[in-house]
Design a protein around this ligand. Structure first.
Ligand SMILES: Nc1ncnc2c1ncn2[C@@H]1O[C@H](COP(=O)(O)OP(=O)(O)O)[C@@H](O)[C@H]1O
Ligand SMILES: [Mg+2]
Length: 315
């Protein structure tokens, strides 16, 4: 029902979106996951009709922006990366103002206050809202006319973990209660994992991977992750890295923080934990590198991204 076909958009010589195709069926919750600069905003703004593709085609519900702008607008709810409200309006007045644009009954504002959990803030001026409350209000505004397609650009960026979780809960409730299609951009893998049926990983204007969480992780099923942190020892970073590469079942190594040449932190991808871990401990002992922390964990979408690009999602 949303069809993006061979769409490109450049800014001077920079290809922000590079010959990208994507079809999104009705009712799907889709995450566009990628680091800063991946092209997520440019892509969704073309879907939203705010930017025009250099080439390619976008249809929404079989309609195009060039020919059916007002019809599309009525079906679309969106919140931009930065939301601005009128400072001198209260939360309730803001919802009523947007409701009046859509010709909605006043009762809808009350319903939205409940949905986004802002009843206690109804009489607060928007300028006094916290970041999380602002984003919840932006969501309330975006969904009040019951759009068929909701597009949220980085709805929780900069929010603290509690505020982020509150917003997730509201979106999950919305998913249960409505048939809305959602396109959500984020650079938080947890957000994509928690909320979305389908995850499209984007980098440098292109799609790197596309599937359910399980499908994406299965593409990277090989190996287990060991995280480690060491204190100062006689071994420098390059030498340690060279030694780690000799471990049994070694697949990859990723130094996490810039080291002072003495202490190290990083993660190792190995074939089999039970073989690699004892060998690692033995190696560190031999090298006289004091071990401060060691752990193993499940593989994540960030591991997948690192494997594909050599960079972290939140780099
Ligand atoms: N209006 C613009 N003018 C010039 N470059 C832009 C403009 N908008 C985006 N870009 C560039 O396009 C690339 C993709 O940006 P953007 O779509 O905002 O990525 P994301 O939302 O994933 O962070 C970036 O390199 C960005 O600097
Ligand atoms: Mg963006």
């Amino acid at each position: 029902m949303i069809n993006i076909e061979s769409v490109s958009k450049s800014f001077k010589s920079l290809r922000a979106v590079d010959n990208l195709s994507l079809t999104i069926p009705a009712g799907q919750f889709l995450a566009l996951l990628g680091p800063n600069g991946a092209g997520k905003t440019t892509l969704v703004e073309m879907v939203e009709g705010l930017q025009t593709p250099d080439s390619g085609q976008i249809t929404l519900f079989g309609l195009t922006w060039a020919r059916h702008g007002s019809q599309i607008r009525a079906k679309l709810g969106l919140s931009l990366q930065e939301t601005r409200f009128v400072d001198k309006l209260t939360v309730r007045e803001t919802l009523e103002l947007f409701g009046s644009f859509y010709g909605l009954p006043r009762a809808r504002s009350q319903e939205m206050l409940r949905l986004v959990d802002l009843e206690a803030k109804a009489s607060t001026y928007t300028v006094h809202l916290s970041g999380g409350q602002r984003q919840r209000l932006a969501l309330g505004v975006a969904v009040m006319h019951r759009p068929e397609l909701l597009i949220l650009d980085e709805p929780t960026t900069g929010l603290d973990p509690n505020a982020r979780r509150d917003l997730w809960q509201i979106l999950l409730d919305l998913k249960r209660q409505t048939g809305t299609t959602l396109i959500l951009t984020t650079h938080y893998m947890e957000e994509a994992e928690q909320l979305c049926d389908r995850i499209v990983i984007m980098d440098q204007g292109k799609i790197l991977a596309d599937g359910t969480l399980a499908q994406l992780l299965a593409q990277y099923a090989q190996g287990e992750v060991i995280t480690y942190g060491t204190g100062a020892g006689p071994t420098d970073g390059p030498e340690l890295a060279a030694q780690l590469a000799q471990l049994p079942g070694y697949l990859a190594h990723h130094a996490l923080s810039p080291t002072d040449g003495l202490s190290h932190q990083g993660q190792l991808l190995v074939q089999d934990l039970a073989t690699a871990l004892p060998a690692l401990l033995e190696l560190l002992k031999t090298l006289q590198v004091p071990l401060l922390q060691i752990g193993s964990r499940k593989k994540t979408l960030d591991d997948l991204f690192v494997a594909m690009t050599g960079r972290n999602l939140q780099g």
